[in-house]
Design a protein around this ligand. Structure first.
Ligand code: ZN
Length: 420
């Protein structure tokens, strides 16, 4: 840092970017959220510290939401023997989307294309009574899809995927309530994330022979999902040929600023994999019964979600998601010590805060234009232990004690509310 006093530049009033075309690939690199390297390979982006901070906030959010909704979290490996996917049906019906087997000590091992088979064997590892159902196993885990390099780009089409996933093992009578609860959770999460579905799609089997199992299973599952959509009073479009190979699903579609559509969240009803894995529970009658599986993802893959959030918010994330939530801007060198005290208190309180000292105040405000809160500290503020808060939308608040400003920002972040 120079010994010169920092000049006070012109203060921009309106620093929010326009809601217009945001290419998440360009903006994501400019904002240093993510990048890729030819040595790692196409479709294998990495997150920089700012992107990792957003992902961490998303993970905390979804884990908390799931815990409150009665989900139990597990971790399972991203590799498994080929036999696991032969049983699940992925080997026969989804092989094109999988990487070729690796020969390890005479056994064929595969990178998993989905988490369902792992959760099915976790369920199967112990006996279950009807009293334990619905049993909801959730995992934010890695999976791999063999995409052609020509379709890869940014975070929307990738080869390595971190999926917010869960499988609910339940009696056939409980399927409708579980699917409805999953749809409600999706809508709740979208409100917190500040995103909206483009449309709801009821994805049904088509004429292809990739759809497995008995016709009656498909009809039952589709009828449940149709009822759930109608009870929630959301408009939807039914489309044939979009189902998973093992069952129909509700797909929640989002659209980017160029109107390109992608599936983000999903609720699926599956009577097939429970059969294949021989899953059971002991009913009230003391006999063995077959549970159903509801597969659901609330926020989808973290890669696709992050791409969509960058696109929708143009990098101006809601405060709870912002990589940096508070920028401390001392007007001159004499206020740096006071700014450091506030910085340290902010970090202690769990806020992501940063001290900016290089350049004119105007330039620093512009450089932090996407940061939701900026605390300007001049001599009067430094002497009184106060800060002058500026909000990203241009609002300027009168000076207030630094502790009060941190309490106010902390409450807004914890409530996962909008910028106020
Ligand atoms: Zn699944």
């Amino acid at each position: 840092m120079s010994a010169q006093p920092m000049p006070v530049g012109a203060l921009p009033d309106q620093v929010v970017p326009d809601r217009q075309l945001h290419d998440h690939r360009k903006l994501g690199r400019e904002l240093e959220l993510f990048d890729s390297d030819p040595l790692i390979g196409a479709g294998l982006p990495y997150l920089r510290p700012a992107g990792a901070a957003v992902r961490h906030a998303l993970e905390d959010y979804i884990h908390e939401l799931e815990r409150k909704a009665g989900f139990q979290h597990v971790y399972s490996p991203v590799l498994a023997k080929r036999e696991l996917y032969e049983i699940s049906g992925h080997w026969d019906h989804y092989r094109d989307g999988m990487y070729p087997p690796m020969d390890i000590g005479g056994e064929q091992m595969l990178l998993r294309p989905s988490l369902c088979p792992h959760h099915a064997v976790i369920y199967r590892s112990r006996a279950h009574s009807y009293r334990e159902l619905p049993l909801r196993l959730a995992e934010l885990g890695g999976m791999y899809r063999s995409e052609l390099s020509g379709v890869l780009g940014g975070l929307t089409r990738v080869r390595s995927i971190q999926l917010n996933d869960a499988h609910i093992f339940c009696t056939p009578d409980q399927v409708a309530a579980e699917a409805a609860a999953a749809l409600a959770m999706i809508r709740q999460a979208y409100r917190a994330l500040g995103i909206e579905p483009a449309r709801y799609r009821l994805s049904l089997a088509g004429a292809s022979d990739k759809y497995v199992g008995r016709r009656e299973m498909w009809d039952r599952a589709a009828a449940v999902l149709r009822d759930v959509l109608e009870a929630a009073a959301v408009p939807y479009e039914a489309e044939e040929g979009e189902a998973a190979f093992y069952g129909p699903k509700i797909d929640v579609q989002v659209a980017d600023s160029s109107e390109r559509e992608a599936s983000l969240s999903t609720v699926q009803v599956d009577f097939y994999q429970p059969d294949r894995f021989g899953l059971e529970y002991i009913g009230a009658d003391g006999a063995k019964h077959r549970p159903a599986m509801v597969h659901r993802s609330i926020i989808g893959s973290l890669e696709r979600l992050l791409a969509h959030l960058i696109d929708v918010h143009g990098g101006a994330f809601p405060p709870w998601l912002a990589p940096v939530q508070l920028a401390l801007l001392p007007i001159g060198e004499d206020q740096i010590a006071a700014a450091r005290v506030v910085l340290s208190a902010a970090i202690d309180q769990g806020l992501r805060a940063e001290l900016a000292t290089d350049g004119s105040l105007g330039a620093r405000i512009r450089a932090h234009r996407l940061v939701p809160y900026q605390a300007v500290i001049g001599q009067a503020e430094a002497t009184a232990g106060e800060v002058s808060l500026r909000l990203r939308d241009g609002q300027k608040l009168p000076p207030m004690p630094a502790a009060e400003a941190l309490t106010r920002i902390g409450a807004q972040v914890r409530a996962r509310g909008a910028l106020t």
